[in-house]
Ligand binder design. Structure first.
Ligand SMILES: C[S@@+](CC[C@H](N)C(=O)[O-])C[C@H]1O[C@@H](n2cnc3c(N)ncnc32)[C@H](O)[C@@H]1O
Length: 256
């Protein structure tokens, strides 16, 4: 069995994570550069080492997950969410069921709460935020970020919902209380149902076509009729009709 295939198999047995659902060339490149840096010769040696060493396992998870995120990522899309999507959803339902899937270190669900707070009090907002990576979730719960994560945050939002602490910015507790973080693997765990809005951005690019297809089906099943799927700005769905979705705006899809 080739080296990488064996590694994929061992990692799945150890962690439940299925590397075969991620684009192979990209994933191999990322992991090869990590094991070479650590002084291992091949994937077999690398797995033997990370099987025994919790820190190395964490470094591997860190390298495979890519947690890059920022507040108001692609700011114009968040304007569309605020000015067009939320008013329509709120006309149907006063309490929205919202899921930020693959939320990384929390910038995305916190941005969602900040944007929605222009329409309703924070006490009425509740957002489920999930990620595969427990370390990212821990950082999200702490809610302290470097200045570069806030580059796109509008000035009035920055002064209202962030507190400067030395070189960092802390998210306001009232915003933090609107978000519930949980571990969830998009490739394996069951999906909750009846969402008005699912936000899943900048993770589909890493998956194979088969994995993407399954995840879009699952998202569609998890949306209420009229619910919205908000995707990343390089992640246009070319055949939304295949999933019972139609285009509502660029990078927003409505469940029929
Ligand atoms: C680049 S970040 C995107 C963060 C945020 N959504 C954004 O757009 O800024 C990708 C995230 O996807 C998560 N991820 C990767 N595979 C996943 C899976 N199978 N299930 C859930 N999350 C996953 C990673 O842990 C990482 O935090």
């Amino acid at each position: 069995m080739p080296d990488y295939i064996k590694f994929v198999d061992s990692v799945k047995r150890k962690t439940g994570i299925d590397l075969a659902a991620y684009k192979e060339a990209q994933m191999k490149r990322r992991l090869t550069s990590l094991y070479e840096k650590k002084g291992y010769k091949n994937f077999v040696d690398f797995f033997q080492a990370l099987d025994k060493d919790r820190n190395l396992l964490n470094e591997f998870l860190d390298r495979m997950t890519i947690n890059v995120s920022e507040f108001y990522r692609n700011a114009k899309r968040w304007d569309v969410l605020e000015q067009k999507i939320f008013p329509k959803l709120l006309a149907e339902n006063k309490r929205l069921k919202i899921w930020s899937a693959a939320c990384s270190t929390g910038e995305e669900p916190y941005t969602t709460a900040m944007v929605l707070s222009h329409h309703q009090p924070l006490s009425q907002i509740s957002i489920l935020a999930t990620d595969l990576d427990e370390n990212a979730i821990q950082r999200a719960k702490v809610g302290i970020y470097p200045e570069r994560s806030l580059a796109e945050v509008p000035a009035h939002v920055k002064s209202k919902y962030f507190e400067k602490q030395a070189a960092f910015y802390k998210v306001d507790d009232a915003i933090k209380r609107t978000v519930t973080f949980k571990k969830h693997n998009l490739l394996k765990d069951t999906y909750e149902k009846n969402f008005d809005l699912i936000i899943c951005r900048n993770v589909m690019i890493y998956f194979t076509e088969e994995a993407k297809d399954q995840i879009y089906k699952n998202f569609s099943n998890s949306l209420k009729p009229g619910g919205i799927l908000f995707v990343g700005s390089t992640e246009q769905i070319f055949n939304p009709g295949n999933y019972g979705l139609e285009t509502e705006d660029t990078f927003f899809y409505r469940k029929k």
